[in-house]
Design a protein around this ligand. Structure first.
Ligand SMILES: [Fe+2]
Length: 237
C-alpha cells in the first residue's frame, strides 16, 4: 500500500520547515524509514507577503537543489504549496501554478481568525474555477467552523497529530468514514525524528482506515509529476 504524506515542509530554504539541504535529506530519510512512498512538498505561500511569481521562482531553485542531493531510496516528491486563503484569492494571478504539479489539487490553509462569508465564498469560487481544494489540517480549527467546510462538500486533510489525543481522534476517524478526508499529512517541520513519530503512530492507530485515505490520495494524485520524473532543466535549453 502506498503511504502518502500529503503535507510536509521539506524544500531547503523554502520556508521554516528546512533551513538546509542537510535537513531536507534527513527529513526524507525519516520518511523513507517510515515506509512512506510519496510526499507532497508544501512550502507556505502567504498572499499578503509575496507574489506567486517570486514564490515560484524561489521554489524552483530549492527543487533544483534538492533534486541533486536526494538520499538513496527517497520517496517520490510531488511539488505543491500550502496556500493561505484570503478573500478574493480566486482572482489572484498565478494561483494555477500553486497546485500539486500536474494536478488541480490545491492545499488551502484557512486563517486562525473567524471565517467570514467572504472567505468561505472565495473557497467555493476557487473550486468553481476548476481547482480541487483540499483544506489543510482541519483538526487545528474548532469543529464548529470546520463544519462550514464540510457542509459545502469540501475535501479535507488531517494532520497525524489529530489522532494522538486522549480519545485517539475519534471524531476525525468518523470523518474518514464519510469520505471527506482525502489525505493525511505529517506537516513536518525540521528533521528531529520525534517530529515524525505522530505520523507513524497515526498509521498504527488507524490501520485499514489509513489505507482507505491513502487510496483516495493516490487516486487524486494520478497524473501528478514527481520531482524525480522531471526532465533536467538542461534538456529544455
Ligand atoms: Fe503546514
Amino acid at each position: 500500500m502506498n503511504r502518502i504524506d500529503f503535507h510536509a515542509h521539506i524544500l531547503p530554504g523554502a520556508d521554516h520547515g528546512s533551513g538546509s539541504i542537510d535537513t531536507s535529506r534527513r527529513q526524507l530519510m525519516l520518511m523513507r524509514d517510515a515506509g512512506v512512498s510519496a510526499v507532497v512538498a508544501t512550502p507556505h505561500f502567504y498572499p499578503h507577503r509575496q507574489r506567486a511569481e517570486s514564490f515560484l521562482r524561489m521554489r524552483e531553485q530549492t527543487v533544483a537543489e534538492l533534486r541533486q542531493s536526494l538520499p538513496e531510496g527517497a520517496p517520490l516528491i510531488y511539488v505543491g504549496a500550502e496556500v493561505l486563503v484570503c478573500p478574493g484569492m480566486h482572482e489572484m494571478e498565478g494561483l494555477d501554478q500553486l497546485t500539486v504539479r500536474g494536478t488541480n489539487l490545491l492545499l488551502l490553509e484557512m486563517p486562525t481568525t473567524a471565517w467570514n462569508r467572504a472567505l468561505l465564498d472565495t473557497v467555493e469560487e476557487i473550486r468553481e474555477a476548476g481547482f480541487h481544494p483540499v483544506m489543510a489540517h482541519i483538526d487545528r480549527y474548532p469543529m464548529e467552523e470546520v463544519k462550514k467546510l464540510l457542509a459545502r462538500g469540501l475535501s479535507v486533510q488531517l494532520n497525524a497529530t489529530a489522532f494522538s489525543g486522549l480519545f485517539g481522534g475519534k471524531v476525525y476517524r468518523q470523518l474518514i468514514g464519510t469520505g471527506s478526508v482525502v489525505a493525511l499529512g505529517s506537516d513536518l517541520h525540521g528533521s528531529d525524528p520525534a517530529g515524525y513519530q505522530p505520523f507513524l503512530k497515526a498509521l498504527k492507530r488507524l490501520g485499514g482506515e489509513a489505507n482507505t485515505v491513502f487510496e483516495r490520495t493516490a487516486a487524486l494524485l494520478q497524473g501528478a509529476i514527481a520531482l524525480q520524473e522531471e526532465a533536467p532543466a538542461l534538456l529544455h535549453t
